[in-house]
Ligand binder design. Structure first.
Ligand code: UD1
Length: 421
């Protein structure tokens, strides 16, 4: 096991290039199950979660090959397996997204339920009711969802809440169903749009991705395609917050500004100078005092829950009282006690956290509980005096590619060292 040592105090300056989006790449990879022709995906980040997805797909018969540093070829000539085992689903929830494509391609799937995780219960009821509506027979047995369908049939599906994963799973299943499907109250996240773009390039007939209603006309077969993954908007937001918290000046070269409106608004409100650069690229600078803001996480295009922890670290440095409300996950303040150990003044009550600042953060040994919480503690460490030691950084390796190198390039003093056993 490794830990990260962060020496605080240096304003981060320079230019950084984002990796491809993890949350886009994973469902794009699962979509390869829908065709017997090769699907080539470019701009795939080299992350643990991507490796887990390759293991999962290989177990189902997909031939996966890296054909370039960030270019992946996935070829499912024959689907030989039907199971997503517990070991893989528990390490990466997105493994559950094979349910829809497996069912559409081969009429059966046995996928472990993910169970809860560090940020909440995270049920999969909407995925299941969605594929049931498409005509699948579904049973829950021994911790697995077992689904069968000779032919999926188009249906009208209303989601209780706009779940990203359920929208993606149902959308993939419906591409090869007989007839038309409407997903109402669908998730509008850019990653859903990216998946629809790949599926359409494979011959699917999907309209409305990016709106609340997605319509899919089923087709008999899908073919291979070549697709470039969108840049990671969560990595972008994390880097933008790094500029603001350290009083630095960072250009995020390929930041997808259209996907970052809510983040740019909140950073400006907090006193950072944010200049967008057309459709790609953003520069964030901060010289003056940070101001308190109210942040409420919401489905896209609202403020992303995946940047809430990082924003909390930033607001410990604002002069005044900020209020953060987490509306997506019920237990996503695991980073707060660690930020408090570093000197943050944070009061939590239900889904709300009150952050009073500014407080001088001071480096401490801290522990990562999930991916975004880890990033929040790194940001706090960059703004703190002295040295922070972050353990369990395998969480970071699941979702941030070459983070220490990228931060190092911006002038941060961070190093990875072996952790004591
Ligand atoms: C995706 C992202 C994750 C992000 C989240 C919310 C991926 C791989 N992960 O996760 O990084 O934090 O979106 O933006 O893309 N829910 C149900 N029933 C369901 C499904 C979800 O009640 O069947 C609830 C969840 O518990 C949660 C909310 O819906 O409260 C949103 O979850 P969802 O959008 O499904 O998140 P994921 O797709 O798992």
């Amino acid at each position: 096991m490794e830990k990260m040592i962060i020496h605080g105090g240096a304003p981060l300056k320079g230019r950084v290039v984002l990796s491809g989006s993890k949350n886009a790449a994973l469902p794009l990879m699962m979509a390869s199950l829908l065709t017997d022709e090769p699907v080539r995906i470019r701009n795939v980040p080299r992350l643990w979660d991507v490796r887990t997805a390759i293991d999962l797909l290989s177990g189902l018969g997909v031939v996966a090959k890296w054909t370039g540093e960030h270019q992946l070829s996935l070829h499912a000539v024959r689907v030989t397996g039907h199971e997503a085992p517990y070991q893989l689903v528990k390490t990466m929830r997105a493994s559950f997204f094979v349910l829809g494509p497996l069912l559409a391609r081969s009429g059966r799937a046995r996928v472990s339920t993910p169970g809860g995780c560090a940020i909440g219960a995270r049920p999969v009821n909407l995925h299941i009711s969605g594929i049931r509506a498409l005509g699948a027979r579904v049973q829950l047995r021994g911790g697995y969802v077992e689904a069968h369908a000779e032919h999926l049939k188009g249906a009208r599906i209303w989601l209780d809440n706009p779940s990203v994963g359920a929208t993606e799973n149902i959308m993939m299943a419906a591409t090869r169903a007989r007839g038309s499907t409407q997903i109402e109250n669908a998730a509008r996240e850019p990653e859903v749009q990216d998946l629809a773009k790949l599926l359409n390039a494979m011959g699917a007939q999907i309209r409305g991705a990016g709106t609340h209603v997605i319509e899919i006309d089923g087709v008999d077969r899908l073919h291979g395609a070549d697709h470039e993954t969108i840049p990671d908007r969560i990595e972008a937001g994390s880097m933008m917050i790094a500029a603001a918290i350290t009083g630095g000046d960072i250009e995020v070269a390929n930041a997808p500004t259209v996907h970052l409106d809510a983040v740019m608004v909140k950073l400006r409100e907090a006193g950072a100078e944010v200049s967008g650069n057309g459709s790609l690229g953003v520069r964030v600078r901060r010289e003056g005092t940070l101001k308190p803001v109210e942040v409420r996480t919401l489905p896209y295009p609202g403020f992303p829950t995946d940047l809430q922890a990082q924003m909390m670290a930033l607001l410990t440095q604002a002069s005044g009282t900020s209020v953060i409300t987490e509306t997506i996950f019920e237990n996503r303040f695991m980073h707060a006690p660690e930020l408090i150990r570093m000197g943050g003044d944070i009061l939590m009550k239900g889904p709300t956290a009150v952050v009073r600042g500014p407080t001088q953060l001071s480096g401490a040994p801290v522990m990562a509980t999930d991916l975004r919480a880890s990033m929040s503690l790194i940001l706090a460490g960059l703004a703190a005096e002295n040295t922070t030691e972050l353990s369990r950084i395998y969480h970071l390796d699941r979702g941030y590619e070459a983070l220490d190198a990228k931060l190092g390039q911006l002038g941060a003093r961070v190093e990875r060292v072996k952790d004591a056993p």
